[in-house]
Design a protein around this ligand. Structure first.
Ligand code: MG
Length: 368
């Protein structure tokens, strides 16, 4: 009986006919400044899954640098023969592709390209079933979002933080890592004054400190009432992060630069971070996210997201330890309907698939 039911399910699914891959460069206005440099535009690869039921699934991956844009677009397209003719079964295809790339390695540009395919397949599966990703996965929670403040100095950081709070966001996160800790504290206190006592304030060092510097700085921040301090040192220095976490009181937040669930497990084993914020691309798409969410659940670690607000909001709503959604509007220009946030909460009613559909006019305009 099980086999018959499985065959019936499989035959009702669409079959992958091809991938359409486009590269765009979306300008960021204003540029996003961090302690590790400014981001002035987003190089994105847009992937569409073409099926025998029509064009179904869409995804975005972010290559950070233009130098990687064409190579990633080429990789996604080169992987097309591995999925053409296959039924729309994303978890099954993830296993097949993971086995195929075990020797080359599943991280870096390969990981980005595989995530592009995985996210587009899940988007297609949800649309095929006439529902959202959240509906497909059976989640129901809602998630609150925080807004981003750049590496913009005291006055501008306070102004931007106040803007987010006025829009109903219950949290704001600032880039810090100024030349002195006194300047870091001045920015934090100016934001606190601007948003009041009830809005959560997070800060992000973007990996710019050594572990020893981080211990000194974070001890000086321990009485500022911060919700977390993000990536004080190199993302993959798990023992360094564990040292910082042991020696300071404010929770450490890491994860946006970890590749796949094995990185997450190694970080958890090292006690590198009190919280975790995963990046749906680097963690391995929707399939990777679901495994990471299970791992965070087992370890009872609060789970937040990095960029990709559309798909991450839905995934957080299916994650047992969901904490905060990182809201960013960077890629809104190429989206037909960007995620709506009302009173700081992601609005998911009426969303189709993973929420990714194109503003074709903008996609053409920003074509790389
Ligand atoms: Mg960060």
């Amino acid at each position: 009986m099980g086999t018959v039911a499985g065959e019936a399910l499989q035959s009702s699914l669409a079959v992958v006919k091809g991938l359409r891959v486009r590269a765009v460069r979306v300008p960021l206005d204003p540029p996003h400044r961090t302690a590790s440099g400014a981001i002035t535009e987003s190089p994105l690869v847009l992937t569409d899954v073409l099926t025998d039921a029509g064009e179904l699934g869409h995804s975005i991956v972010f290559t950070y640098t233009n130098a990687a844009l064409k190579p990633v677009a080429d990789l996604v397209k080169n992987f097309e023969p591995l999925v053409v003719g296959e039924s729309l079964l994303p978890a099954h295809l993830e296993q097949k592709l993971a086995a195929r790339f075990r020797l080359l390695g599943p991280q870096g540009l390969v990981g980005i390209a595989l995530a592009a395919i995985d996210m587009a397949l899940w988007d297609a599966l949800a649309r095929l079933h006439g529902t959202s990703l959240l509906g497909l996965l059976g989640g129901a929670k809602t998630v609150r979002a925080y807004g981003a403040v750049g590496y913009d100095g005291v006055a501008e950081s306070a102004r931007v933080a106040e803007d987010w709070a006025k829009r109903g966001f219950a949290g704001v996160k600032a880039k810090i890592g100024y030349p002195t800790v006194r300047e870091d504290i001045a920015v934090i206190r100016a934001m606190r004054k601007a948003v009041g006592g009830d809005v959560a304030i997070m800060v992000d060092y973007n990996q710019c400190l050594s572990p020893a510097e981080a211990v000194q700085r974070l001890r000086a921040l321990d009485d500022e009432g911060l919700t977390w301090v993000e990536e004080p040192t190199l993302a993959h220095d798990y023992s360094g992060h564990a040292l910082i976490s042991r020696e300071t009181r404010t929770p450490i937040q890491c994860g946006e630069n970890w590749w796949g669930t094995l990185d997450l497990q190694h970080a958890f084993d090292a006690h590198a971070s009190d919280f975790v914020m995963i990046d749906v691309m680097k963690i391995g798409g929707v399939t990777g996210w679901l495994r990471a969410a299970a791992l965070a659940h087992v370890r009872n670690v609060p789970l937040s997201s990095h960029l990709w607000p559309e798909i991450s909001a839905q995934l957080l709503c299916c994650s047992p330890t969901a904490h905060w959604l990182e809201y960013a509007d960077w890629w809104n220009p190429v989206l037909a309907q960007p995620l709506r946030i009302e009173q700081g909460v992601a609005q998911l009613d009426g969303v189709r698939g993973s929420g990714i559909e194109w503003n074709e006019e903008a996609v053409k305009r920003f074509s790389a």
